[in-house]
Design a protein around this ligand. Structure first.
Ligand code: UDP
Ligand code: MG
Length: 329
């Protein structure tokens, strides 16, 4: 019996990249279907699930064209831009396959890796992380900040993050079911969740290519916000900074008191010292209040429970689908 591979592709203003992506990926997927050699990697059928994340260019028309000529292409169109992660989550929600691969539409994630991925899925791996060995388009700044970010999050959080893991990963239907049911946070880091689901894990190395066309949708500002949210989501340590600061301030107070008593200066001296200390203490206080504010903002958005994404258009999506119902624990 053939198994089904769902390939989830998030699309945001990729009209130039999409035809190239389709041209390169579909033959690889057709190749999987033809293997049929009885080996663990044989006999995989596919569905290609594009999630159009509120593109404002001609991406939707191009995707509709793919869906018309190829019944294995499914398209979800969001009502507006919800972000890359929301697109991947929607894709995982709608995927019906025994294995699900998430990849970008810009061919930075080479489709040539798909045969190796289905081989590992066939061997029973639940989570396959694709690890970049080279990222030419990222540039020095992005590479250094990315390495710094992973080092920091690994120190702060008690879960372990694979440095250089990308949004290119594959999961089994069982792992997908857990994501669908239990990981519905509004402020989240999907890659982190995937790496910490458990199951049998493996990694495959790949060389990231340059984006084929168009430009990156992640600005430095977006990446910074994303990193802050991730740290807040996966670690309570920043919340404890207040305690450390309190202990530090108390010790400083004792030290100043002892110094004053010992030197018998009598009336306090040093206007500048007082102003500097005041500013310093208030700075610590405000930063901590700010950190608590960030956590409250996250709590607030979870409490409001707004949808992660809103689907407007569906193409080739079966109405009586078996979404997420295939696996039972
Ligand atoms: N993307 C998306 N929604 C967004 C931003 C990006 O679906 O709001 C898609 C984009 O079309 C691409 C993938 O996510 O397929 C990765 O984005 P990009 O290539 O811009 O990021 P980079 O590879 O530069 O980190
Ligand atoms: Mg890219």
């Amino acid at each position: 019996m053939s198994r089904l591979l769902s390939v989830v592709v998030s699309v945001y203003n990729e009209e130039q990249a999409l035809p190239l992506f389709y041209e390169k990926t579909v033959p690889v997927l057709e190749g999987l279907a033809r293997t049929g050699d009885g080996s663990p990697s044989g006999d995989w059928d596919y569905e290609l699930l594009f999630v159009n994340d509120g593109s404002t260019d001609g991406s939707m028309e191009i995707l509709a064209g793919f869906a018309e000529k190829n019944p294995k292409v499914r398209v979800l169109g969001f009502s507006r831009n919800f972000g890359h992660e929301a697109a991947m989550i929607a894709g995982i929600d709608y995927a019906t396959g025994d294995g699900i691969v998430c990849m970008d539409a810009d061919l930075q994630h080479p489709p040539e890796c798909l045969p190796e991925i289905v081989k590992r899925l066939g061997e029973g791996y639940g989570v396959i992380s694709m690890v970049r060995t080279k990222n030419p388009s990222a540039g020095l700044v992005k590479n250094i900040t990315s390495a710094g970010f992973y080092a920091l999050i690994n120190v702060l959080s008690d879960v372990r993050f694979e440095p250089n893991a990308s949004d290119f990963f594959a999961i089994s239907a069982k792992a997908a079911k857990v994501l669908r049911k239990n990981y519905r946070e509004k402020v989240r880091f999907l890659r982190g969740y995937v790496q910490n689901l458990g199951f049998r894990k493996t990694t495959i190395e790949y060389e990231a290519h340059d984006r084929v066309a168009g430009h990156s949708k992640y600005s430095i500002r977006k990446l910074f916000l994303f990193s802050v949210h991730t740290i807040l989501c996966f670690s309570n340590l920043p919340l404890k900074l207040g305690m450390f600061a309190g202990i530090f301030a108390a010790l400083l107070g004792v030290a100043v008191m002892v110094y004053t008593l010992c030197t018998r200066q009598g009336a306090p001296s040093g206007y500048a010292t007082i102003v500097i200390l005041n500013c310093f203490m208030f700075a610590i206080l405000f930063v901590i209040v700010g950190i608590i504010g960030e956590y409250i903002a996250i709590l607030f958005s979870e409490l409001k429970d707004r949808p992660i994404y809103i689907v407007d258009v569906e193409k080739n999506i079966a109405q009586d689908d078996t979404r997420g119902k295939k696996v039972s624990f």
